[in-house]
Design a protein around this ligand. Structure first.
Ligand code: FES
Length: 177
């Protein structure tokens, strides 16, 4: 199914926008990604991941415009992809991202308590970032670690069989980083 393939719209000139471009090294990764897909459109998601990583973990309008130009797509199409998938951040997140799974297996094994423990420990609500910019807290749908629930993902790492004590150990490390 093709969706969100809308013609590019004229945008008024916005001042003070930070231009985005990939480094030479990441341009090589970009080329390698393209080589794995039958056409440029099919590479949109991995290219967005690459650019997000290169842009402090978020997809700004400048990033969507850059990706659109590189992949010969409309900016609206790329924006549609970036806003559809929750793994793309549309605002700059904290230095570390913590996703606590709230789906069935985790819920049955106490994820609700883990979620409130995280919120209390960090003094923020799910979806927020600590005032020092260290941690963004989010809920996640099944992380595919149901057998070792409750689980959470911290950046690219999994932590499983969570208890309030094991969560504290993880959060302490992140806060000290
Ligand atoms: S339900 Fe939490 S990992 Fe599957």
């Amino acid at each position: 199914m093709q969706c969100c393939v809308l013609p590019g719209r004229h945008r008024p000139e916005v001042t003070n926008r930070m231009a985005f471009a990939l480094s030479d090294e990441r341009i090589k990764e970009f080329a390698e990604i393209l080589s794995r897909y039958p056409n440029k459109m099919a590479a949109c998601i991995p290219v967005l991941h690459l650019c997000q990583e290169a842009n402090d973990n978020w997809v700004s309008d400048e990033v969507t415009e850059y990706v659109a130009e590189k992949l010969e797509l409309s900016a609206a199409h790329v924006k549609g992809v970036a806003t559809f998938y929750s793994l793309f951040n549309r605002e700059k997140p904290g230095k570390h991202q913590v996703w606590v799974c709230r789906t069935l297996s985790c819920a049955l094994r106490g994820s609700e308590g883990i979620i409130s423990h995280c919120e209390k420990r960090l003094g923020i609500k799910m979806g927020d970032t600590t005032p020092d910019g260290k941690i963004t807290l989010r809920t996640a749908e099944c992380l595919a670690a149901c057998g070792t629930a409750p689980a959470m993902q911290v950046n690219k790492e999994y932590h499983e069989n969570l208890t309030p004590e094991s969560v504290d150990a993880v959060l302490d490390k992140l806060l000290a980083d």
